[in-house]
Design a protein around this ligand. Structure first.
Ligand code: THU
Length: 132
């Protein structure tokens, strides 16, 4: 699947975001090595700390369905009433959580930045990840 197609799936997932507190909605599309795609959106809570990012929703859905091994994740995020134009990279927690499920130097993180599609690896975003 190409980068733009995965971003479009992330954009659809963003429509389901539940973000009444931040007003910032995010969608993610996680491509597994078997070709399947798991989607996620951010889901906030009135007690704040249980809020979860789109990326970890997508990962949790995949792992809970027995899907392991991932090639890429596309992420889009913006204030709820706006189209996503600025790059939305995963937060530090999501980088760390993803790191133990992927090959960091091969796993692609795909974002839109204006009219450009930007691709980097998780290793670029999280050098010296914590390893237990
Ligand atoms: N958020 C994500 O879902 N993914 C990110 O990569 C960054 C932040 C969510 C968390 C919260 O619901 C809202 O965006 C504002 O931080």
């Amino acid at each position: 699947m190409d980068h733009v197609a995965l971003l479009e799936i992330a954009e659809q997932a963003r429509e389901h975001a539940y973000a009444p507190y931040s007003g910032f909605t995010v969608g993610a599309a996680l491509l597994a090595l078997d070709g399947s795609v798991s989607t996620g959106c951010n889901i906030e809570s009135s007690v704040f700390s249980p809020s979860i990012c789109a990326e970890r929703v997508a990962l949790s859905k995949a792992i809970s369905e027995g899907i392991h091994g991932f090639a890429a994740i596309a992420i889009v995020g913006a204030p709820a009433d706006q189209a996503p134009t600025e790059a939305c990279y995963p937060c530090g927690v999501c980088r760390q959580v993803l790191s133990e499920h992927v090959e960091m130097d091969k796993f692609e993180v795909i974002v839109r930045d204006g009219d450009e599609v930007k691709v980097c690896t998780l290793a670029d975003l999280l050098p010296k990840a914590f390893v237990l």
